[in-house]
Design a protein around this ligand. Structure first.
Ligand SMILES: [Zn+2]
Ligand SMILES: [Zn+2]
Length: 421
């Protein structure tokens, strides 16, 4: 560093040299990202890591990539995206993404498939979800839809059943809402068939506005999706209908108590972001999206600074194509932002994993094992469950230092006791 006389490499627009802070951040981010690569390469080999050492030496010498592309906002056919989770992961891989968060609307049903595909392509999946909520001022004078992104560890949310019920209620509300939109369209003499919308949404997928918009397009009532929104479906529009979404604060609190990171999605879509950010910060919000494919938005960057929030971002890729869509991986977090995110998230995830493990240690039942392995695809043998859990799940997510952390170590010892008995 600091050698000015060294020749600069000119290759497709030379990048500025990294600062010492960026280099350190990159090293730390890489260490975490490469845990997944190691695990992916070993691909569920039952004999991996025969010793009881939780993390093999090789991981510490994992190759350092020069740039780590994070895309922390994407959708699949499990909500209103166009690609299956595995096709999405494949596309992410083609676009050079190393860490992908699948954040379908109000469901985590695509996570297991995404994780399986990620194993094949050697990229890391952060299990996520984008929760539909409503923000209203205390006097209820104004309301607006707010999306909150949640990011979890490889074991998913703590208190999963409670969290799952929370999402189920939102999804159920979407059926009622879609029906209301159709009856409004009917009154506007733009009839769309319910069966058509359900078919577009796909098997078991709760219908959303985009599905209704596609049905409008296919019925020939509009020329493109944009027109469907501009004319009928925009917030407060003639065919718009509110769902039964929870209050934004409630969703943030739910994410916090289940071991997730709560991030406000696309604040540029709000009429007024300030009251939303200020109230949600009080509820426990961790971050706010600031980066888009057209760069960093200074208004939201300043807002993040003012409220001490993480600066986040992702492509919000749906796979619908067209020139308005940012491609997967096009909104990569700068390394310092990725580092800040992991710095906040990792202790929260570690605690969540520990709590899920402790529950299993207290009662090593199938049900509690399922809480650990919910999103996993690797088999847990009946003879040595604890060792399998360590090999197949914890290695994906925790470094040696994290596993050896004082409060975690006691849990690990108890877990190994179960393995012996
Ligand atoms: Zn959204
Ligand atoms: Zn989204």
């Amino acid at each position: 560093m600091g050698e000015n006389n060294k020749k600069k490499k000119k290759r497709g627009g030379a990048k500025r040299r990294m600062t010492a802070e960026q280099t350190l951040a990159l090293k730390s981010v890489n260490e975490w990202v490469c845990l997944a690569q190691q695990s992916g390469n070993n691909n569920g080999d039952e004999d991996m890591g025969k010793g009881d050492d939780f993390l093999p030496e090789t991981m510490r010498r994992a190759q350092v990539c020069e740039k780590v592309v994070f895309d922390l906002h994407s959708h699949s056919i499990c909500s209103d995206g166009y690609l299956s989770p595995s096709a999405l992961v494949e596309k992410a891989h083609q676009n050079g993404v190393k860490v992908l968060a699948l954040t379908d609307h109000d469901t985590m049903s695509g996570i297991p498939e995404a994780l399986e595909a990620a194993c094949r392509f050697g990229i890391k999946i952060i299990p996520g979800v984008e929760i539909s909520t409503v923000f209203s001022t205390r006097d209820s004078e104004f309301e607006e839809p707010v999306h909150i992104l949640a990011y979890y560890s490889s074991c998913g949310p703590e208190r999963f059943d409670e969290f799952d019920q929370f999402l189920t209620n939102i999804r159920d509300g979407r059926y009622v809402r879609a029906k209301n939109m159709l009856s409004k369209l009917n009154q506007l003499k733009k009839p769309v068939k319910w069966e058509h919308v359900i078919k577009i949404a796909g098997n078991g997928v709760a219908p959303g506005r985009l599905h209704v918009a596609r049905a409008l397009l296919e019925a020939g009532h509009v020329e493109d999706l944009k027109q469907a929104f501009d004319r009928y479906l925009y917030d407060g529009g003639p065919a718009y209908s509110k769902g039964s979404e929870p209050a934004s604060e409630e969703a943030v609190q739910m994410i916090c108590k289940t071991g997730g990171i709560a991030v406000l999605a696309h604040p540029w879509a709000f009429k007024n972001a300030l009251p939303v950010v200020s109230r949600l910060k009080q509820a426990g919000l961790h971050g706010i999206e600031v980066y888009r494919s057209d760069g960093k938005l200074s208004v939201y960057n300043d807002l993040a600074d003012a409220y001490g929030l993480l600066k986040m971002g992702g492509s919000d890729y749906h796979g619908r194509g067209g020139r308005f869509e940012s491609s997967l991986g096009s909104v990569s977090l700068p390394v310092l932002a990725a580092h800040d995110f992991l710095k906040i998230a990792r202790p929260i995830w570690r605690d969540a994993i520990r709590n899920i493990l402790e529950q299993y240690i207290e009662d090593p039942s199938e049900l509690n094992l399922n809480h650990i392995t919910r999103f996993g695809i690797k088999r847990i043998s009946t003879s040595n469950r604890a060792k399998d859990v360590i090999n197949n799940y914890l290695r994906l997510w925790l470094t040696r230092e994290e596993v050896q952390h004082a409060d975690f170590e006691a849990t690990m010892l108890k877990l190994c006791d179960i393995a012996v008995n």
